[in-house]
Ligand binder design. Structure first.
Ligand code: X5A
Ligand code: ZN
Length: 709
């Protein structure tokens, strides 16, 4: 299924007609830059192009008052002088004779995108629109916004498509107070916004943008505000906000649709945001959202005023939507003190409303008495001079904007093969999704045997055949021919095969490996504790970390426990460690149900630039007909001589290939034992792996610039 790109060039018509330093940044060139970025990167061609239509008056009435719609309609016939006077009645707004037309196209584009995704025409999509929408209110334009495109899209999804739960993620750097007001008492729309706040000093300077404002009445807990009190927030801060605030709540909420207020003024170089997140960060944020709502993500442009930064960030968002592997994040993955303070405050404020936060021990007790950092001249560790040139003013007929950044967009074709599956028996019960390569190649027998020696479990002819294919697949991933892959291995040989894969990857240029081992798989004894391999065991045993590179955690029983483990441990470790390859091994007795295995595989695609290699035990009937491992429930009778847990392998292959994830089932809070084990482990590990932190942490001195880069 395709990714929709909704656009209409008429939306470049509205522009500022007089002098106003506050409003001049909202220019037609923004759309030209975003679109030409997509064209230059070869991404536009891969989308389903949808030409925007105007929203009807009735549709605008889903959010706005008839009087306000009439007032905006009336601006079409006004003189420049009259337009200027009317604009002055609102905060940071300009009207143009084409404003009404553009704003109706912008709203219509958002509605069309939702229609395309909810009718199954597209799996996800992006609407490139002007004017933006998230500040506009029932009867007021505000902050360059005329009609609230995203609020309209959400109302439309509820009322016209009958959806019950919609998540709105507002990653624009301003607070979308218009969306907040629209849904503040509505438990059907979860609204998350982070925003530059500086303790209320940054526009729109509202008390109701602070973290303790959580919604009203039955909507309590469905407004989530994460105010940034300092500028300079970067990739680590944004990813931490998703892992520790947004995603726990989002999984518990279980949305049917995700609508993103996709403003890119939160990216590096933007004059409004003054933040440091690089364009790839938006690919990661998008990918993290794609695990929700069956991947139904609709992104609608809001702000973003640095043309090159905007174009790059839009491309990164699109790459994630298209399912391409995404580039790893740059810069140290260490959230700054001020970000952690904000994260802690919003978690404390939301904890009464969300089980997922209660079980992580954040019901306010840990948050008391932290000093406010308003006067601290601290700048985050990743602070560095912007690598972007100053904003260029031009909207040249845009296919040829010369820019070093846009040049960087050109060589972004994904690896020729997205997902490869290596199997010993080709006519397996696996229903491989279309596009998944059935790998036939193998490393030469002699070479394979040399790597297998002296591991007994690999000496068998058949195990050695599997290993040859597995190593070939590994080579394909390491040299960029294949993005990710899956191999089925006889249960008793998984540990040995994993050991071989680790050694070969390290000797073939891999710098850092993350190895996630489920079931009875011990860490290889000879594996050096030199910081190149982070080994994380998830199996039935007490939580422990013999070293920061050898971690064991019990497999949680409930959905809530599993999600805490994923969002509170596995992904923070993965983002802290920045591996160039993730090995996901499901060994004997791993006990992982398909939806959870699929989620794990999908979520691990971010940290290592899409390079995930899954090794899955092949379950066969043992003597007496019993399946291998300590699986709960009987395995289906084998349809072939070689039974291979086909559903699990298929679910994993689909997830690696970017298909919609199956539902985890109803949310059920983590058990006290699972919570305690996780909390204990996180406390032990957070000095070394700082993406685990959910509060304060040490303040860091600004780094000397010479060291930064
Ligand atoms: C959509 C958006 C910003 C308005 C800033 C006014 N609006 N100072 O980014
Ligand atoms: Zn903005």
């Amino acid at each position: 299924m395709s990714t929709a790109l909704v656009y209409h060039e008429d939306m470049t018509a509205t522009r500022l007609l007089w002098d106003d330093p506050e409003c001049e940044i909202e220019r037609p060139e923004r759309l030209c830059a975003a679109l030409s970025g997509l064209q230059l990167a070869g991404l536009e061609d891969r989308c389903l192009r949808v030409s925007a239509r105007e929203a009807s008056e009735e549709e605008l009435g889903l959010v706005h008052s008839p009087e306000y719609v009439a007032l905006v309609q009336g601006t079409q016939g006004l003189t420049e002088g009259e337009l200027k006077v009317l604009s002055g009645k609102f905060d940071a707004v300009y009207f143009h004779p084409e404003t009404f037309h553009c704003a109706r196209l912008a709203a219509g584009a958002a509605l069309q995108l939702v229609d395309a995704v909810l009718t199954g025409t597209a799996r996800n999509g992006l609407a490139l629109v002007r004017p933006p929408g998230h500040h506009s209110q029932r009867a007021a334009a505000n902050g360059f916004c005329v009609f609230n495109n995203v609020a309209l899209a959400a109302q439309h999804a509820r009322q016209r498509h009958g959806l019950d739960r919609i998540l709105i993620v507002d990653w624009d750097i301003h607070h979308g107070q218009g969306i907040q007001y629209t849904f503040e008492d509505d438990p059907g729309v979860l609204y998350f916004s982070w925003h530059r706040y500086e303790h209320g000093r940054f526009w729109p300077c509202l008390r109701e943008s602070d973290a303790d404002v959580v919604g009203r009445g039955s909507g309590s807990g469905f407004t989530v505000n994460l105010p940034w009190n300092q500028v300079g927030m970067g990739n680590a801060d944004y990813v931490a906000a998703f892992l520790h605030v947004l995603l726990p709540l989002a999984f518990e909420f279980d949305p049917e649709l995700v609508v993103v207020s996709a403003g890119f003024d939160s990216a590096i170089g933007d004059p409004e945001g003054e933040m440091l997140a690089t364009p790839e960060c938006f690919a990661h944020l998008t990918r993290l959202l794609q695990v929700l709502a069956g991947g139904r993500v609709c992104a609608v442009l809001e702000g973003g005023y640095h043309l090159d930064s905007l174009a790059q960030s839009v491309c990164m968002t699109m790459r994630a939507l298209l399912g391409d592997p995404i580039p790893p994040l740059s810069g140290p993955m260490v959230p700054c003190h001020s970000a952690l303070e904000s994260i802690q405050r919003v978690r404390a404020a939301q904890a009464p409303h969300w089980m997922s936060l209660q079980s992580q021990g954040v019901d306010g007790q840990a948050s008391a008495g932290l000093p406010c950092c308003a006067c601290d001249p601290y700048s985050p560790p990743e602070a560095r001079p912007s690598t972007l040139p100053p904003s260029s003013p031009a909207c040249e007929p845009v296919a040829v904007v010369p820019s070093p950044l846009l040049d960087k967009l050109q060589p972004c074709s994904p690896p020729p093969i997205r997902t490869a599956v290596a199997l010993t028996v080709p006519d397996t019960a696996l229903l491989l999704p279309p596009g998944v390569l059935h790998q036939v190649g193998s490393v030469p027998r002699e070479e394979t045997e040399a790597w297998a020696r002296p591991r007994e479990s690999l000496a068998q002819d058949e195990a050695c055949t599997v290993l040859g294919k597995l190593l070939h697949l590994l080579d394909g991933i390491l040299d960029g021919q294949v993005s990710n892959g899956l191999t089925l291995i006889p249960g008793q040989a998984v540990a040995a095969a994993l050991d071989v894969v680790i050694r070969r990857a390290l000797s073939h240029g891999s710098q850092r490996l993350l190895c996630l081992a489920l079931g009875q798989l011990d860490r290889p004894l000879e594996l050096a504790d030199d910081g190149r391999t982070l080994w994380l065991s998830i199996k039935d045993q007490a939580a422990a970390a013999p070293s920061p590179f050898h971690i064991c955690v019990p497999l949680p029983g409930t959905t809530g426990g599993f999600l805490s483990c994923l969002l509170g441990l596995v992904l923070p470790l993965a983002y802290s460690c920045r591996p160039d390859l993730v090995l996901l091994a499901l060994g004997p007795g791993h006990g992982l149900q398909e939806p959870r295995a699929a989620l794990l595989a999908a979520a691990l695609q971010g940290p290592a630039g899409g390079r995930v290699l899954a090794l899955v035990e092949e379950v066969r009937p043992a003597v007496g007909g019993e399946a291998g491992g300590q699986r709960a429930g009987p395995c289906a009778p084998p349809p072939l001589a070689q039974e291979c847990s086909p559903q699990l392998a298929t679910a994993l292959a689909l997830a690696l290939h970017g298909a919609a994830l199956p539902s985890l089932g109803p949310f059920c809070r983590a058990s006290p034992e699972d919570s305690r084990a996780l909390t204990h482990l996180r406390g032990q590990l957070e000095p070394r792996w700082e993406m685990l932190r959910v509060s304060g942490g040490p303040r860091r001195e600004p780094r000397p610039l010479s060291k930064a880069r």
